[in-house]
Ligand binder design. Structure first.
Ligand code: SAM
Ligand code: SF4
Length: 333
C-alpha cells in the first residue's frame, strides 16, 4: 500500500537524476553562458542510488525514470540500469536528449531498460543548433534509429513547443514520429528554474495546439500520467503535456531526487530534503521519505497558474547560481 500525502496522493513515481551535466544547452532549460555544477563528490554512487530506490519501493514506488542533466553522460550507466532492473518495479525508463544513444542504446536494452523517451524539438539541423547551441541533430536521429533497432518498441518523443521557434513543425514532427513508430508528446513551455527567458507569449497552450492539429479525440484512462493522449482520425496517437496552462497537480504522484540526493516533492518546490548524509552513513532513509511525503501539500503548477498576469520566469540567472537545485537540468524535468 503506497504512502499517501496530505491531499491523498500516493507516492508511486520516482524521477531519479543521475547527473546535472549536459552535452546540449537547450534554450528553454540552459540558456545561460555558465553554470554552477554540483560538486562531483556529492553525486550519489550507484550503491547509494540503489539503496535509495529500495526505500522508495518500500513506500509504494513502482515506476522509476532515470533523468539528468543528460543521463547518458553518467559513466557506467548500464550497470546502474542492471541493478535497478532487478527491483520489483512495473516500469524502468529513461529520458535522454539522444546524442549518446548510437553508442549506448544496445547496452541499455541489454541491461534491462524497458522504455526510452527522447527529447526532440526540431528536425531541422540549423534550428537544432540554434536551439541547443550544439550541432548534434544527426547523432540524435541516428540514436533514435539505433533505439528501434535494438528493440525499444515503446519509444516516446518529447517536443517542447515554443511560439516563433518550432511551432511551425508540429505536423512534420508528427509525421516523423509515425514513420519511426514512436509516440510524440507536445509539452507546453514551462516557467521552471532554468527557463530564465520564459514569457507567456512563447507558450502555445493546449487549446491552441489542438485547434492547430485538427480533429483528434481524447483517449480515456489518463490516470496520473502528465500527458493527455489523443487519437487522430488516421489512427495516430499523440499526447499533450499541458503543465503550464492545464496543470495536473491533483493527480501528481511523482517524487524527484537530484543526483546529489536532494528529494523534492514538486517540480516547483524551493526547498528539498538532503538525503545524502543518511545514505552516505549507510542509514535508512525510508522514515525520512515517508514523513516528507505524508506532509506534502504541493500544488506548484496550479499556484503558478493562479499568478495570471504576474507570471514570469521562476528564477533569474543569479538566483539559479545561488541555488542550483532550482535548475531544471538538476531536477531532471
Ligand atoms: N537531458 C534529458 C532530455 O533533455 O531529455 C533529460 C533531462 S531534461 C531536463 C527532461 C525534460 O525536461 C526534457 O524533455 C526537456 O525538454 C524538458 N524541459 C526542460 N526545460 C523545460 C521547460 N522550460 N519547459 C518544458 N519542458 C522542459
Ligand atoms: Fe536540453 Fe535536457 Fe540538457 Fe536541459 S538537460 S539542456 S533539456 S538536453
Amino acid at each position: 500500500m503506497a504512502t499517501r500525502d496530505a491531499l491523498g496522493r500516493p507516492l508511486s513515481n520516482l524521477r531519479l537524476s543521475v547527473t546535472d551535466r549536459c552535452n546540449l544547452r537547450c534554450a528553454y532549460c540552459m540558456p545561460e553562458e555558465s553554470y554552477r555544477w554540483l560538486p562531483r563528490d556529492a553525486l550519489l554512487s550507484f550503491e547509494e542510488l540503489s539503496t535509495l530506490v529500495d526505500a522508495f519501493v518500500a513506500l509504494g514506488v513502482r515506476r522509476v525514470r532515470l533523468t539528468g542533466g543528460e543521463p547518458l553522460l553518467r559513466e557506467g550507466l548500464p550497470a546502474l540500469v542492471q541493478a535497478l532492473a532487478r527491483k520489483p518495479l512495473e516500469d524502468l525508463s529513461l529520458t535522454t536528449n539522444g546524442v549518446l544513444l548510437p553508442a549506448l542504446a544496445g547496452e541499455l536494452k541489454q541491461a534491462g531498460l524497458q522504455r526510452l523517451t527522447v527529447s526532440l524539438d526540431t528536425l531541422r539541423a540549423e534550428r537544432f543548433e540554434r536551439l541547443t547551441r550544439r550541432k548534434q541533430l544527426g547523432a540524435v536521429l541516428e540514436g533514435l534509429h539505433a533505439a528501434r533497432r535494438v528493440g525499444f518498441t515503446e519509444l516516446k518523443l518529447d517536443t517542447v513547443v515554443m511560439r516563433g521557434v518550432n511551432d511551425d513543425e508540429l505536423d512534420e514532427l508528427l509525421r516523423f514520429a509515425r514513420e519511426l513508430g514512436a509516440e510524440l508528446r507536445f509539452i507546453e513551455y514551462m516557467d521552471v528554474g532554468g527557463a530564465t527567458r520564459w514569457s507567456p507569449a512563447q507558450v502555445v497552450p493546449v487549446r491552441e495546439l489542438l485547434e492547430r492539429l485538427g480533429p483528434a479525440r481524447p483517449l480515456p484512462g489518463r490516470g496520473s500520467a502528465p500527458a493527455q493522449r489523443y487519437a487522430r482520425d488516421d489512427g495516430q496517437i499523440f499526447g499533450i503535456i499541458g503543465a503550464t496552462t492545464q496543470p495536473f497537480c491533483a493527480a501528481c504522484d511523482r517524487a524527484r531526487v537530484t543526483a546529489d540526493g536532494t528529494f523534492f516533492s514538486c517540480l516547483y518546490a524551493t526547498h528539498g530534503v538532503d538525503l545524502r548524509p543518511t545514505l552516505r552513513a549507510g542509514g535508512d532513509v525510508t522514515a525520512q521519505l515517508d514523513e516528507t511525503w505524508r506532509s506534502r501539500r504541493a500544488r506548484g503548477a496550479e499556484e503558478r497558474l493562479a499568478l495570471r498576469d504576474a507570471r514570469g520566469p521562476l528564477a533569474n540567472a543569479q538566483q539559479l547560481r545561488d541555488a542550483p537545485h532550482l535548475e531544471m537540468h538538476t531536477r531532471g524535468g
